[in-house]
Design a protein around this ligand. Sequence first.
Ligand SMILES: *[C@@H]1O[C@H](CO)[C@@H](O)[C@H](O)[C@H]1NC(C)=O
Ligand SMILES: *[C@@H]1O[C@H](CO)[C@@H](O)[C@H](O)[C@H]1NC(C)=O
Ligand SMILES: *[C@@H]1O[C@H](CO)[C@@H](O)[C@H](O)[C@H]1NC(C)=O
Ligand SMILES: *[C@@H]1O[C@H](CO)[C@@H](O)[C@H](O)[C@H]1NC(C)=O
Length: 351
Amino acid sequence: MSSFSSIASLLALVGGAFSAPLTRRQAPSGVPDFVLTYAPIVYLYSADPYRPSGIGTQLTYTQPEVNFSIVTGAPTPLTLDNLSDLNSLGGGDVYLTATDNIEGNPSWLYGVTPDSTGKTDGAVSCAIIVNDHGAGLVDAFYMYFYAFSPRPLHVPTHYYGGDYFGFIVGDHVGDWEHNMIRFKDGGPQAVWYSQHSNGEAFTYQSVEKYADGLRPIVYSANGSHANYAITGTHDHTIPDLNLFLGPVEDYTDSGPIWDPTLAAYYYSYDAARSTFATYDNSTPLDWLDFTGHWGDAQYPSSDPRQTTVFGISGTQKYSGGPTGPEDKQLNRTRVCPDDGDPCIVRVLLGP
Ligand SMILES: *[C@@H]1O[C@H](CO)[C@@H](O)[C@H](O)[C@H]1NC(C)=O
Ligand SMILES: *[C@@H]1O[C@H](CO)[C@@H](O)[C@H](O)[C@H]1NC(C)=O
Ligand SMILES: *[C@@H]1O[C@H](CO)[C@@H](O)[C@H](O)[C@H]1NC(C)=O
Ligand SMILES: *[C@@H]1O[C@H](CO)[C@@H](O)[C@H](O)[C@H]1NC(C)=O
């Protein structure tokens, strides 16, 4: 061994110690290195019991329903390789509905806490989708899956003259969140953080980085799993809920580290054809075309599990499950989804 290579091994060892647990490439060949090198590192909320969950696991514990009736003629078993068969059996009206009563706290709702390397061992909890726009412009979507999202909302004290009055609005089975990183010639430019029905964009330069100095840090909020660039309290306005509730808050902190690249499916996206492709032969592909929902439909008021705050409509405890990655605007002009609002790419960190 030459002295050069021993120094190189020593440096690799030291580097490995600093950047552990993030040294193992777990992606098929063909996935651009920069998609992994600059992939987000997620800090889960320390006391959030609802961790990331296996995408395929959701199919094990749910059945497809339309209007609260089981879909007949669906594949059995329903898997990530035949899920889109449901598109002709109700499509966007299909809800993958828990077969357990979720108020019995079945264990699958809690997902998998990442191990000491940051991996959700045994649960593929992320889908990474690469849209190469050409001319050096590449968007990488890091889609995070959680089996359940409770949304603890708090009404500030002065409205009710006590301490915080906590209650829950908009719990739902199935939760898809994401970051998107826009690259130019392999260099990260900007990062999108999904938060409820919208989110925030920051320049890559402005965001906090992991110990390796490269990977953006993302904080997943307690329960809602909205993604933020810093820790602390985040006011946000609830869409579809402009009542007296006033500010509602999300909380983030530096809980367990989740490295979503370690248990992920990897895809490329062809925007002209609206089609997905895998980088290998072992990754399930069909499920990405499913246009239905990844959790129960909003329970009707006749369902004993459904309650409202002070009987006010619009404050249902349970809302419906979300649609999947194909519904997240995968071909963006800007780093933000195109929703008619200006796309502010922040240069300074904030809540
Ligand atoms: C849903 O089911 C209810 C009760 O069975 C029925 O009254 C209603 O018409 C159905 N709605 C649709 C859109 O099928
Ligand atoms: C659904 O996929 C599973 C394997 O992933 C397979 O065993 C089953 O036959 C499929 N069903 C249909 C109807 O394609
Ligand atoms: C975090 O969420 C749980 C429900 O999952 C709730 O009981 C707890 O109060 C929340 N913590 C904070 C600080 O909001
Ligand atoms: C995808 O987005 C690009 C802008 O980056 C746009 O030029 C192109 O027309 C879009 N393609 C489709 C199929 O919408």
